[in-house]
Design a protein around this ligand. Structure first.
Ligand code: ADP
Ligand code: MN
Ligand code: MN
Ligand code: MN
Ligand code: MN
Length: 354
């Protein structure tokens, strides 16, 4: 029985514990060849600052069992749309060694340096994240023991014969918006069960941090629907599109002048640059960049206006306006956004500085 106050209104006994909230600490592990996301929950008191935390690096391919501690350093946080309680947070972390230097798996620290060095050029990115839903070991929409109708009607389609997983996609979009992420759109892709969302335009660290959180939200949202999502760049062999992460890029000069657009495109083709980029654009890149399915071959660099068979596309509107951005079509869906943004800023901004 509850107590009554003087006016006879029942009230609950006062809670003795302080007000708390849940912080989901999220980090990128050391799985080879493609890192995975990990997370765990910390209960914090109201008003408490986000503390450094630790984890068992021997369980994430980040340390040996004999000296297993790794450090989590919060670098970006946003409201948690999954738990949804006031004060509940998603907390993206960098992984540090116990002496607080960046861990070797920490690619964000390197991007932070390069982004800082070229900040005056105001680089901006929009990344198109493609992915594929799986259920029962096959892509969502693929019949048991067979294949669906060939590609053609699925891209931006509508109707149960073409669309698989829209309820999950809508829930993910809503979660990204409630988290305050800079998600700018979604669309159904060329293969059944394949979808895309776009993050940006945002500065290098912002776009990469927010893309990692949007990926975590994708897996977490899909969990509640009993499906999995994968960034596998070639989830079905044969005559089915792979999954990429087209990376749209501009600097202030590119947003003002066409010659800067051309300088950026040319810089990506110089010397060892094509290979330096492609080999860091996600595991299995040669399986996807075959020259078929709207790709350029991984070992031949090219750029062109409106050309979806080129390595780098200049959108038609950009040529018409004489300014804007370029689209690097090579990165795989499983690319590390800290790496692709660092390479593009480094290569293009170095050339534009001259
Ligand atoms: P596509 O036609 O290749 O499918 P999308 O509409 O999926 O293009 O994605 C285009 C992306 O380009 C969006 O993420 C958008 O934010 C980004 N973008 C637009 N303008 C710029 C810009 N000036 N610099 C960098 N990215 C940009
Ligand atoms: Mn334990
Ligand atoms: Mn797109
Ligand atoms: Mn696409
Ligand atoms: Mn694109």
């Amino acid at each position: 029985m509850g107590h009554c106050d003087a006016a006879g209104v029942p009230h609950e006994p006062q809670r003795m514990s302080p007000v708390t909230y849940k912080a989901e600490y999220i980090w990128i592990d050391g799985t080879e060849p493609t890192a995975k996301l990990r997370s765990k929950t910390r209960i914090l008191a109201e008003g408490e600052e986000l503390p450094l935390w630790g984890f068992d690096g021997s369980s994430t391919n980040q340390a040996k069992g004999s000296s297993s501690d790794c450090v989590l350093k919060p670098v970006f946080s946003c409201p948690d749309p999954i738990r949804g309680g006031a004060g509940d947070l998603l907390v993206l972390c960098e992984v540090l060694n116990t002496d607080l230097t960046p861990h070797e798996s920490n690619t964000r620290a390197e991007l932070a340096e390069v982004a800082e060095r070229f900040a005056a050029q105001e680089p901006v990115f929009g990344i198109e994240q493609e992915y594929t839903f799986f259920e029962g070991g096959r892509p969502l929409g693929f019949p048991v023991g067979g294949f669906p109708a060939p590609q053609g009607g699925y891209y931006c389609g509508v109707g149960v014969d073409e669309i698989h997983g829209r309820d999950v996609v809508e829930a993910h979009l809503e979660n990204c918006l409630r988290a305050g992420l800079g998600i700018s759109g979604i669309n159904a892709e060329v293969m059944p069960g394949q979808w895309e969302f776009q993050v940006g335009p945002l500065a290098p660290l912002e776009v990469a941090d927010q893309l990692w959180i949007a990926r975590w939200l994708l897996y977490r949202t899909a969990e509640d629907f009993g499906v999995s999502a994968t960034l596998d760049p070639k989830p079905v062999k044969g005559d089915w599109n792979g999954a990429g992460a087209h990376t749209n890029f501009s600097t202030r000069a590119m947003r003002e002048r066409y010659d800067a657009i051309i300088t950026a495109c040319e810089s990506l083709g110089e010397g060892s640059k094509p290979l330096d980029h492609v080999k860091n654009y996600g595991a299995g890149i040669d399986d996807r960049l075959t020259g078929l399915h709207e790709t350029a071959p991984w070992n031949e660099y090219s750029y062109g206006v409106s050309d979806r068979g080129a390595s780098v596309r200049i959108p038609w509107q950009v040529e018409k306006d004489g300014k804007g951005y370029i689209e690097d079509r090579r990165p795989n869906a499983n690319v590390d956004p800290y790496v692709v943004t660092r390479l593009l800023v480094d290569t293009c901004c170095t050339a534009l500085e001259k």
